[in-house]
Design a binder for this molecule. Structure first.
Ligand SMILES: NC(=O)C1=CN([C@@H]2O[C@H](COP(=O)(O)OP(=O)(O)OC[C@H]3O[C@@H](n4cnc5c(N)ncnc54)[C@H](O)[C@@H]3O)[C@@H](O)[C@H]2O)[C@@H](O)CC1
Ligand SMILES: [K+]
Length: 483
């Protein structure tokens, strides 16, 4: 699990740890890890490499200066460009100078020299701001960052200009090839749009672990976590013990959505898949193992979880079907058209868990925001959805988020832009519903579903994909993950 903690939590933990250590120890640990990562990125050719340090007014700049001193001692030509010369970290400056590094500034008489140093650099270290940063990059930082284009850029702790707690990017921000982050991940490093600015993530252990709370603010599942959550049938399991999932999807107009949701559900490990709706013929033609009825959900038979919404339309049968499944006492996943018909009170009144799986456009409609607003503030949007409906919410996107109002927000790291294709959400809802029927909580089912779904799309390679191909790939991905 990659775990991320908010700035306040990191600061509290750092204070506690610092009280136990000689002054400056933490910064030295950070700088050592940062210098090692820079050396790695330079392909170990440190001697003779040209390194420019962008140095802001806080400890983030201090980290950059001490790391620069370590690189200078190994023969790199290091130039620090001070953004606020009168406030640069004094100890770091002394260390850099005594290691043979040069120091210049970003404006005044030296301004040109600063830009030149950045332009000529093989590697630029972004020590402008870290967790103390507020808002977007300002001048002269913007000009220097623009001059860094073409060089390798390493961000210290996080790319300057992004919000550490939310992943929001309010304006100009560094785009790094790698981010060396200290003690723990920050939520912004896992969540888009900031995630995209961070490049490859390199955590450096500074000994903070024991001081951090066990429940993080955000977490991203890894292979091993997913393997531990996958449902496994026992020797004695019959189909009901493995879980039966009911799918209410598709319409005369969109029969394909039903087929794709069932394809996802069949790949998700339920003991059986029931389908209720007008696309029963299309479903049975493609997947003869499905138990189908053209009647309402009540006619489908016993299930342990419902999926409702993909391609459902908004006719009277669709509305009635939604009422029927929401008044059941089993977990319900609501997607797509189902979300358009949803009444928060009906969800809040439920006795079993509910999972909503909107994309940004659907989330925007539910929250009374624009799609752009949701995309710019994904973390607060997913939390607001969970809050408003008293449910678990999965917000789709390049970093899909899952919030349940209580635990750490889960971030799915396996997304790929190729998944933004027709029907891909239908497969995800079927798959996730199947995991719900197998007994996973809404939070686990949603995050495991998103993980497998993203991985299946990635396995298909860097090329256009079809949703059915993703569903077919799920079995191989399941094998891989559980190995
Ligand atoms: N506190 C600790 O124990 C440790 C901190 N470390 C480093 O220290 C960083 C935090 O240091 P600080 O608290 O000094 O804060 P930062 O260095 O992140 O930045 C704060 C300074 O930047 C200025 N600033 C804020 N937003 C700005 C903007 N948009 N443009 C320009 N300037 C802006 C502020 O006025 C303030 O002076 C961490 O991110 C990490 O890199 C590490 O050395 C590890 C140990
Ligand atoms: K930084």
């Amino acid at each position: 699990m990659r775990t991320a903690h908010s700035v306040d939590t990191v600061r509290t933990a750092e204070r506690a740890l610092m009280a136990e250590l000689p002054e400056g120890t933490l910064m030295q640990r950070a700088a050592a890890g940062l210098a090692a990562a820079c050396a790695d990125l330079l392909g170990r050719r440190v001697y003779g490499a040209r390194v420019a340090l962008l140095v802001g007014s806080g400890d983030n700049g201090g980290d950059a200066l001490y790391a620069g001193a370590r690189l200078a001692r190994r023969g790199a030509g290091v130039t620090a460009v001070l953004l606020t010369p009168d406030r640069a970290h004094a100890g770091g400056l002394r260390a850099l100078r005594s290691a043979g590094g040069r120091v210049t500034t970003a404006d005044g008489a030296d301004g040109e020299a600063g830009v030149r140093a950045v332009r000529r650099a093989d590697l630029v270290v972004d020590g402008i701001v870290g967790i103390g940063g507020k808002g977007a990059l300002r001048e002269p930082a913007q000009e220097l960052v623009a001059a860094a284009e073409g060089a390798l850029i390493v961000a210290v702790d996080l790319p300057s200009g992004v919000d550490a707690d939310t992943g929001e990017v309010p304006g100009a921000a560094v785009r790094a090839d790698a981010t060396v982050t200290f003690g723990t991940y920050k939520p912004g490093l896992l969540i888009d749009p900031a995630r995209e600015h961070a490049g490859a993530l390199r955590p450096v252990d500074i000994g903070l672990g024991p001081w951090l709370p066990s429940e993080p603010d955000a977490e991203a599942l890894q292979h091993a976590d997913v393997a531990g959550l996958l449902p496994r049938p026992e020797a004695e399991s019959d189909k009901y013990r493995r879980g039966v999932v009911g799918i209410v999807a598709g319409s005369a107009r969109y029969p394909g959505a039903a087929v794709l949701a069932v394809a996802g559900a069949l790949a998700g490990g339920a003991g059986a898949v029931r389908y209720a709706g007008p696309a029963a013929d299309a479903v049975i033609a493609r997947f003869p193992e499905t138990l189908v009825t053209t009647g309402p959900p009540a006619k489908a038979g016993r299930v342990q979880a419902w999926v409702i919404g993909p391609g459902l339309g908004d006719g009277p049968e669709a509305r009635q079907a939604l009422v029927d499944v929401l008044t059941s006492d089993v977990p319900v996943l609501v997607d797509a058209d189902g979300l358009r018909l949803l009444d928060p009170q009906a969800v809040r009144a439920r006795s079993a868990e509910t999972l909503l799986t909107p994309h940004a456009g659907e989330a925007a409609a539910l929250l009374g925001l624009s799609r752009e607003e949701v995309e710019a503030s994904r973390l607060s949007s997913v939390r607001a959805l969970a809050d408003r409906f008293g449910a678990t919410a999965l917000l789709k996107g390049s970093t899909t988020l899952v919030a349940d109002g209580t635990h750490a927000v889960r971030v799915n790291p396996t997304g790929t832009p190729w998944l933004a294709t027709a029907g891909s959400g239908d497969v995800l809802s079927g798959l996730t519903g199947s995991l719900l029927a197998a007994g996973l909580s809404t939070r686990d089912a949603a995050s495991v579903g998103a993980y497998l779904h993203g991985l299946a799309a990635r396995e298909l390679g860097n090329a256009p994909i079809t949703s059915l191909a993703v569903a077919e790939e799920l079995r191989r991905v399941w094998l891989d993950v559980s190995r």
